[in-house]
Design a protein around this ligand. Sequence first.
Ligand SMILES: NC(=O)C1=CN([C@@H]2O[C@H](COP(=O)(O)OP(=O)(O)OC[C@H]3O[C@@H](n4cnc5c(N)ncnc54)[C@H](O)[C@@H]3O)[C@@H](O)[C@H]2O)C=CC1
Ligand SMILES: NCC(=O)COP(=O)(O)O
Length: 339
Amino acid sequence: MNIIGITMGCPAGIGPEIIVRYFKQRTPDSRFTPIVLGDPGILQRCCNELECSLLPSLWQPGLDIPERAIPVLSLSQLPSDTLEWGKPTLNTAKAMVSYIEKGVELVQNSQLDAICTCPISKDALQNAGYTYPGHTEMLADLTRSPRYAMMMAGKRLKVTLVTIHCALKEVTALLSIHAVLKLIRITNLSLKNDFGIASPRIAVAGVNPHAGENRLFGDEEDLLIHPAILQAREEGIDVSGPFPPDTIFFTAAEYGTYDTIICMYHDQGLIPFKLLHFHDGVNVTLGLSIVRTSVDHGTAYDIAGKGIARCDSLTEAVQLASEISSNRKKRLCNNIYET
Ligand SMILES: NC(=O)C1=CN([C@@H]2O[C@H](COP(=O)(O)OP(=O)(O)OC[C@H]3O[C@@H](n4cnc5c(N)ncnc54)[C@H](O)[C@@H]3O)[C@@H](O)[C@H]2O)C=CC1
Ligand SMILES: NCC(=O)COP(=O)(O)O
């Protein structure tokens, strides 16, 4: 059975609340068991506020995982009675980082099979002195994974991103044949080995309107994206494009023609993705030596503590972490990206 470590995310956000709701609603599954890396006092407060009969129960790696409880590895003891929902502090930021660091360590020591992360505030992360734009880059650094990528995965649509968190005006300067080709390769490998798709069909979106329309509206498609596609096809990857970005997502989601769309920038992929999958989408980091999934939403400070946050994305993310972990074990390969 896979043990999936759920990191609690920002203690002042909706992370603790969606964890409690998840445990309250969950149907036990013989394939995996979840544990939490976080703060037992804050989880206890959420249990009280959500009238959850399950209670946090302290757990340590190697010990049996208690049933009918919320097993938690205690990594912080923040003052839960005075913590203000929606108001991160330096201490909450340091705590949320400790959950992630410990999660990585435990997967690397084979004491967990995967981590599933609850949302952190990138702003709070920076204010606490960490220069990473988010989990993705922090995890790539902690696991020394030089090639990584962000995928948003849903049943109707999957997208991966060539550029992630950068200003829109920087996007075209960051595009290159190498960057697009690298992402096509990582996406193809992950679809095969992590998702068990024998022959992945990948589409690549252009970056300009109408994918440039014969250079009328830009030449990145001809100069950078198309050469990368040709090279990947020579390597035997079933990839096509560049397609006009305004229609390719509809084609993929409506007709199931492609398994993943490679996107040139964050919002190109995440806007169509979240329209379809806001509540049940999963963020997966491809290219890491460990398995990491995440909810697809943020800290939602505007509703933290109100008892209305939904846990559907967390439910999907925990399950997908277990599936990917099992798929890698079947292939007797923890790191599908090593070669
Ligand atoms: N994986 C991660 O750690 C992520 C972190 N973030 C961070 O979260 C912070 C807030 O980001 P926003 O852009 O405001 O996005 P957000 O996803 O936190 O909130 C957007 C809207 O969706 C609602 N919402 C979000 N999750 C919900 C849920 N589970 N149930 C019901 N309603 C929900 C919120 O109330 C808000 O109205 C930022 O600091 C951002 O960097 C954003 C995305 C992912
Ligand atoms: N928009 C997705 C997002 O912000 C997730 O970032 P990360 O924390 O998974 O790197």
